[in-house]
Design a protein around this ligand. Structure first.
Ligand SMILES: [Zn+2]
Length: 208
């Protein structure tokens, strides 16, 4: 039982409330998604052991853009850790994730596709580096140019695309078209008109 006055009780409730809400803000609110720079200096990031976390917009990715539904702002969530391992190899490790809106190649409708790619790159600056790069790294060949984070993310997302983007048959928008064509074929055949072009189509179908 509370032994103090009613006012003290209310005061204590208020204190607890404000304490809880402050904790909530500091520890439980999701981090704001922030955009990462388009170009970075990976060697400098490795030597200072930096981590990059944030969003990379997909709008400027021309190669990937050919598979995406146009007119939607899409982003990838990126977490990349830069450092050097025991052998002195500078690495980039982390993940690239995106929920992509692709174009179904059967019905041309929108199709959601999730990509989650693990990144493990070893920085190489020539043939010798490449020769000694352990198998658990993919080579990231660097010259004096800065690294395009956009190109790196685009490469990862392209690797995660399906060979041909297509809905499952049951949910594909083209299902109705195929079904109604089949219905028409059956209807035409039931009229017993062998000269109908649909009959030829039916014959072709039966040979498959
Ligand atoms: Zn489809």
């Amino acid at each position: 039982m509370w032994s103090g006055s009613k006012n003290q009780f209310i005061q204590r409730l208020n204190q607890e409330y404000s304490f809880d809400s402050e904790v909530g803000c500091r520890y439980h609110a999701p981090p704001m998604s922030r955009r990462l720079p388009e170009f970075v200096d990976p060697v400098k990031l490795c030597d200072t052991r930096q981590t990059l976390a944030g969003a990379v917009p997909l709008a400027s990715m021309e190669r990937l853009g050919q598979s995406l539904v146009q007119g939607i702002d899409q982003e990838a969530e990126v977490l990349l850790e830069f450092g050097s391992d025991e052998a002195g190899i500078r690495y980039v490790r982390g993940s690239v994730q995106a929920k992509l809106e692709l174009v179904c190649q059967r019905c041309m409708g929108k199709m959601s596709w999730s990509v989650e790619s693990q990144v493990a790159l070893g920085i190489v600056r020539g043939a010798r580096d490449l020769q000694f790069l352990p198998d658990h790294y993919e080579p990231l060949e660097m010259g004096d140019e800065p690294l395009s984070l956009t190109a790196l993310v685009e490469d990862e997302l392209i690797l995660g695309l399906p060979i041909v983007a297509m809905h499952e048959p049951e949910i594909c928008g083209a299902k109705n078209v195929i079904d109604s064509l089949n219905e028409q074929v059956d209807k035409e055949l039931s009229k017993e008109k062998p000269e109908s072009p649909f009959a030829v189509l039916k014959q072709l179908k039966s040979k498959q």
